[in-house]
Design a protein around this ligand. Structure first.
Ligand SMILES: [Zn+2]
Length: 299
């Protein structure tokens, strides 16, 4: 009996503080997990399904994922065909939580046709997170969803959104300055898969990839031959490896085309927190540093 009362008193004493309960939410992949954390701060407990350095295209959910989804009050997905498996997870977990598609309101980009493998032609490009203006939309959508689920946190979320917006505007200016330092005829890049279409559209740089906007299909021999031709014809100075992809294919393309390996880009995932791309903003900063190093004249 005594033990019961001690437990009871402890529970009374502790739970309101601990349970200033953080809102349990799920984000489909690492970049989105970071964005939700940036806006949600101390009021959310974020579970990310596809973690650092991992590829979320065509992810196969594991049993533990359904558990996290079942416990979540909000589910965040990128949309644009990137993480459709979240809908299957929602169903299989029996979750009644709303699914927030954070790319809502962004003008979607279609894959660039000829630059891609034929089967991919016209596919929607999901990689909107590489454009700072799109990220502002992502952040605003996340804020709206958090306020709906946790109205008492409104002022807190608003303040965090305002801070993050300021950081994104600064990032946007940084990207523009970095690209401006690259001579116009060198603003063309080959990457493993077509992850930088929005970045290219926003900042004026041409990206080409043997693989289309998803990593779910493998490039054909013709796709690779076309990329090698493109590099030779346009004298594209560098090809880039992606952190989520096997580097061997790009190494082969570099060897056959005479282009250099320019560096490593973060396309679809953050690094672990202590790495060079621990947050979305750090990821983009690291990418522009890599692009700049490979393409801008070094003094
Ligand atoms: Zn991708």
């Amino acid at each position: 009996m005594v033990r019961f009362w001690i437990a009871f008193v402890l529970t009374l004493g502790l739970s309101p503080a601990m349970a200033q309960e953080k809102l349990p939410v799920v984000a489909s992949f690492s970049i989105l997990g970071d964005l939700v954390q940036q806006i949600g701060g101390d009021r959310v407990a974020v579970t990310t399904i596809v973690g650092p350095n991992a590829d979320a295209h065509g992810y196969q959910p594991k049993p533990g994922d359904a558990k996290a989804v079942a416990a979540a009050r909000i589910l965040f997905a990128n949309g644009l065909g990137f993480d459709n498996w979240m809908q299957r997870l929602q169903k299989s977990s029996g979750s009644k939580a709303p699914m927030i598609v954070v790319s809502t309101g962004i003008v979607p980009l279609k894959s660039q046709g000829k630059a891609h493998s034929g089967h991919d032609h016209g596919a929607i490009d999901p990689h909107a997170w590489h454009d700072a203006a799109s990220l502002q939309r992502y952040a605003a959508n996340i804020r709206d969803a958090l306020v709906t689920a946790d109205p008492a946190g409104r002022a807190y979320f608003d303040a965090r959104l305002a801070n993050y917006d300021t950081a994104l505007k600064a990032l946007d200016a940084e990207i523009k300055a970095a690209i401006a330092a690259i001579p116009a005829d060198r603003r063309k890049i080959v990457t493993a898969h077509d992850a930088f279409g929005y970045f290219g559209r926003a900042y004026g740089i041409v990206f080409l990839a043997p693989q289309g906007v998803s990593t779910e299909t493998q490039p054909s021999a013709q796709d690779i031959a076309r990329i090698i031709r493109f590099i030779r014809e346009t004298k594209a100075p560098a090809v880039f490896i992606e952190t989520i992809a096997d580097p061997r294919q790009m190494e082969r393309i570099a060897q056959e085309s005479g282009a250099r390996i320019g560096g490593k880009l973060y396309s679809d995932a953050l690094s672990p927190p202590n790495g060079p791309a621990g947050t979305t903003i750090e990821m983009i900063r690291t990418n522009i540093r890599e692009l700049n190093k490979a393409l801008a004249p070094q003094s």
